[in-house]
Write a protein that binds this ligand. Sequence first.
Ligand code: NIG
Ligand code: FE
Length: 422
Amino acid sequence: MSMIICNTGMLVQTREENIAFTAGKDMAVLPVIENGWLLIEDGIIAGYGPPETMPSFSDAITKLDAGGGYVFPAFCDPHTHLVYAGSREKEYTDKIRGLSYEEIAQRGGGILNSAKLLHDTPEEELFRQSMDRVNEIISFGTGAVEIKSGYGLTTEDELKMLRVIRRIKQETPLTVRSTFLGAHAVPALYRNNRSGYVDLIVNEMIPAVASERLADYIDVFCDRGFFTVAETARILESGARHGMRPKIHANELDYSGGIQEGVKHGALSVDHLEFTGDEEIRALLGSGTMPTLLPGAAFFLGMTDPPARKMIEAGLPLAMASDYNPGSSPSGNMKLVVSLGCIRLRLLPEEAFNAVTLNAAYAMGLSETHGSITVGKKANLFITKRIPSYEFLPYAYGSNLVETVILNGEVVFSQQSDKESS
Ligand code: NIG
Ligand code: FE
């Protein structure tokens, strides 16, 4: 199966040589080819180039006329909790009335509220609800997603979530990475016995998850009011013994030590990082751990933004993710994340695009196959409506500009437009 995409406005994020990620000043470099063509063979990017180099193809090959639209590598979203039951708009209203995220959690709302809803929802129904979100993020241009457990908080319910994630991996064209997050919150039953819950995670949950090979990574919410550095260390060590590399929640609510602990345990990424100072930056430099920012969460909760500019100026790489979840970021729209990166974190559009493609692919262990237009990588792409520049994408922050989504070389989503007559 071959397909040629022609009549493009621009190919964006073209990397002749694949690089693992981009950091510091290089984050402002976004290679493009104007009016380029792109050839897909058997689900893989087989060639691309400027218009004068376009080979002549037989009529047998499928031609996709981009109508002047821009071609991007599909978004990689390296941090989501999109498998959940129901929703929490009641807490959203409580927040508007003045309660904080932590106050809601302390009243048994928040993560524990979602855990109760998840417990009461049969696996099939959980899958159905999650698939609505999966189909939505595909239509928004996401091609690879990391999904966490963490609303189970019992062995049985954590396994239920992870099985739903596995089914999404099997039944959809998305590339999926799964993460075990038993240490998302201390369940009510263990409120006065925290170490008992950590014992349960280490002695029962991790071995059960590993024996069914249900998770690629392990996560802990290492923050004030959730899990301490010592608890995190214990859980990550146990995860490592079972082949799960850390990707952790850190420094969302305080200078919690989570960043340093993540780096110490060789985390693939540390995520949130609203509270990042000089010490945290020093720990991250040269570490191989991708700092991953979730601007949708700070935006939705009205909380502190991380010092993104300072981090880039110190030479760090940055990835961004949606954090799609019912409590702090009920949106998986990565185009909006790009806008929030530019508007709230003061990233240049080039830096923001690198953060949601190349660097995001690295943050989920996919930099060999995803995150750029490179020969040999998976043909995961989206084509926009006709736009005047790539900066227009984050600028037009409320417009849905993704017109066609191609995953594994197949068109999986398309919305009609009348480009030809425009
Ligand atoms: O990434 N910070 C921890 N966990 C999620 C929120 C989960 C929830 O509120 O349901 C997050 O923001
Ligand atoms: Fe999260």
